[in-house]
Design a protein around this ligand. Structure first.
Ligand code: SAM
Length: 283
């Protein structure tokens, strides 16, 4: 932080400064440093260990694309696993699907959940109190290596591959994710901004490829994650899921009665059209 500006130093050659109009909280959980402040462009901004995690104004883009896209591609998801996601924004989107009977959130840092319930209701709503929600406080890798449960959709809503999040970008973790997927299940992952974090996407796809029949990534532009569009990893053994028709997606979207501001069935289909430099990274 510099004066009344927050400076993100995640990328060695690109630092971003966000004005702090009001500091709402700063402190440490057992595992991480948390800061929450008001910014004129983004509303409330949450950063963990100096890295922006989510903001009130643009969270809908990230959460809708990581939740609704795999759920509507699957078409009949009942059991959903979220790894990370302590701010509750992903949980809230997943629970908008009435067909989902259980959403399990595995978060390593109980402090983030406690904090979000107090300060980020505009992002998590009442998702933590939904009877279909199951919270597990654990390292995500331990859960996927040991649970007997099976999931139709696994969403990795992680921090960047630094500190506790590092393990969530490893072959060991992806192998265990495959273990917990029900037949026809799909795994999606947060993979950063490939223009500045190309290795992250390249390494994830290289690890996923030998494990699944169909792997790729899709994109969306989330303003708070600077450096261009963001990439989300995609992995499944059902090779039809990536090409569900626009008609079918529109029917599922209407049936689910979702009220979205970024996700549309047409955006869903288009998100898999990759710019050349991203296709090259995952080739
Ligand atoms: N949308 C965000 C982004 O793109 O940066 C991620 C938000 S969410 C707050 C990330 C969460 O992942 C954090 O609360 C962090 O505590 C959690 N996390 C990090 N490593 C983890 C691990 N190994 N197992 C479970 N949760 C983890």
């Amino acid at each position: 932080m510099t004066g009344d500006w927050f400076e993100e130093t995640l990328h060695p050659g690109l630092h971003t400064r966000l004005r702090i109009d009001k500091l709402l909280y700063e402190g440490n959980s057992d595992l991480q440093h948390l800061i929450l402040f008001e910014n004129p462009e983004f509303g409330r901004v949450l950063a963990l260990n100096g890295v922006v995690q989510t903001t009130e104004r643009d969270e809908f883009i990230y959460h809708e694309m990581l939740a609704h896209l795999p759920l509507l591609a699957h078409g009949a998801a009942r059991e959903v696993l979220i790894i990370g996601g302590g701010d509750g924004g992903m949980l809230e989107e997943v629970l908008k699907h009435q067909a989902v009977t259980r959403a399990t959130l595995v978060e390593i840092d109980a402090g983030v959940i406690k904090f979000s319930k107090e300060y980020l209701r505009s992002i998590c709503g009442n998702a933590f109190e939904d009877p279909r929600t199951e919270i597990v406080i654990a390292d995500g890798v331990d859960h996927v290596e040991t649970t007997e449960d099976r999931y139709d959709v696994v969403i990795v809503d992680s921090t960047d591959p630094i500190g506790p999040g590092e393990i969530l970008f490893t072959e060991r973790f992806y192998t265990a994710c495959k273990r917990v997927l029900a037949p026809g299940g799909v795994l999606v992952t947060q993979n950063g901004v490939p223009f500045v974090q190309g290795d992250e996407l390249r390494n994830t796809l290289a690890a996923l490829k030998p494990l699944f029949a169909d792997t790729s990534c899709y994109t969306a532009t989330v303003p708070a994650y600077v450096g261009g569009c963001m990439a989300f990893g995609w992995a499944t053994d059902d090779t039809d899921l990536r090409s569900v028709s626009l008609d079918a997606l529109e029917r599922r979207y209407a049936g689910a009665k979702l009220d979205t501001r970024y996700y549309t069935p047409a955006v869903h289909r288009a998100a898999f059209a990759l710019p050349g430099y991203i296709a090259e990274l995952i080739a």
